[in-house]
Design a protein around this ligand. Structure first.
Ligand code: SPD
Length: 389
């Protein structure tokens, strides 16, 4: 019952009490007053108790939600649509790597409601207590997910996050430079080959991605914790560093479009969206193999502690996983969607693109990132050495 209904009810009860008093003691004003006072007191107490209970039930939800996302990773039209449907405005901020995201939260940033960490980072964040658990009862679209993605090892049973998109990390190039597509990481890691594109190559500004690609080039696992292998990867990266224009995770597709770069280490979908603007731009998964990753919609522990923010975050996550919305988003970002029900609405070109939905043979050459535990420090140290040498 809402507050105004309660007031009507109180008034009605007082009138009924007066009527009852009037019927039994028409000429005894004192008794009538006492009865009315008693009834009014009881009713008032009840109303105050009910109101207290209701304060717990009625969630005072904010009218905005803070999303911390990778750049160019959501169709802007959907932000407008969500606000139209719910009245909740999405305020988006972007990050360039999982480590930047982690650093921000560890640094005490509060206010972010929904964040988009990848696989291994979800594992780290769960262990660090940075994520709220998902309340599956507040989600209506779980059944729309392809079962392949609903029990990821980094977040069993989707206890904390909803899968968002998956993709691969490979090489973006311009067909103007090639008769046959570059098919090996050697084109950016072998100094002799890289020298041909001196100053026009970019690597991801992302410790796990760039070290991981060098490890794969060397024939190692991108999750190795072997210090000697990591040192080798560092040496490979340092040997070609003089030929790099930048470490860039935000604009690599744009520099490829402008011609500022001619070979980039990059994420599949971003390069395919550049291809929409210039058909000479293309993307390959090198023969040696590559990284595959899954990004996820998760609620921060901070938002989880506030019932209003927590409820809004579920509304947003559920909205993003609604099949029509997931399809529209996929058609904008060009990454693989974990939403099975969305498939019939996804651009068939995306579904049939082998570098977005790789065949079984290619898929077998891809490796997921996992949390390397204490060896994360070793990766960080090596990354700092790469960045500063
Ligand atoms: N445009 C942003 C694409 C985000 C890709 N996710 C990166 C995963 C890193 N392992």
């Amino acid at each position: 019952m809402n507050k105004s209904s309660k007031l009507v009810m109180v008034a009605a009860m007082i009138v009924m009490a007066l009527f009852a008093v009037g019927c039994t003691s028409t000429d005894d004003g004192d008794v009538a007053e006492e009865v009315v006072e008693d009834v009014a007191e009881d009713v008032a107490e009840d109303v105050v108790e009910d109101a207290d209970e209701d304060e717990d039930e009625d969630i005072d939800a904010p009218t905005s939600l803070n999303l911390y996302n990778w750049s160019e990773y959501i169709d802007p039209e959907l932000l407008v649509k969500f606000e139209e449907e719910t009245g909740i405005k999405i305020v988006e901020d972007t990050f360039g790597s999982n480590e930047d995201l982690l650093g921000k939260l560890q640094g005490g940033a509060t206010g972010y409601d929904v964040i988009v960490p990848s696989d291994y980072m979800v594992d780290i964040m769960i262990q660090e207590g940075l994520l709220a658990e998902l309340d599956h009862s507040q989600l209506t679209t779980l059944g729309d997910l392809d079962p392949t993605w609903t029990d990821p090892p980094f977040d069993p049973g989707m206890g904390h996050c909803m899968p968002y998109f998956w993709g691969t990390t490979g090489i973006g190039f311009n067909w103007n430079d090639w008769d046959e597509a570059p098919d090996s990481w050697a084109y950016i890691f072998d100094p002799e080959l890289a020298a041909e594109f001196d100053g026009q190559i970019s690597f991801l500004d992302d410790m796990r991605e760039t070290i991981g690609a060098a490890l794969i080039y060397l024939g190692y696992s991108l999750n190795t914790v072997d210090e000697a292998e990591l040192q080798e990867a560092k040496d490979v990266i340092l040997a070609v560093k003089p030929y790099l224009s930048s470490f860039d995770s935000d604009n690599f597709e744009d520099t490829l479009l402008t011609g500022e770069t001619r070979l980039v280490m990059g994420w599949s979908g971003d390069i395919f969206t550049a291809q929409l603007e210039d058909e000479n731009i293309d993307y390959i998964i090198p023969d040696e193999g590559a990284a595959k990753w899954m990004d996820n919609l998760c609620i921060t522990a901070d938002a989880g502690a506030d019932p209003g923010r927590y409820a809004n975050a579920h509304l947003f996550i559920d909205f993003m996983n609604r099949p029509d919305i997931a399809a529209q988003n996929t058609n904008w970002v060009w990454y693989g969607s974990p939403n099975k029900s969305a498939e019939s609405m996804i651009n068939p070109e995306i579904l049939s693109y082998p570098a977005i939905y790789p065949d079984a043979e290619t898929f077998a050459k891809l490796e997921w990132f996992v949390n390397v535990g204490d060896s994360t420090e070793l990766y960080s140290r090596i990354w700092t050495e790469i960045s500063t040498e």
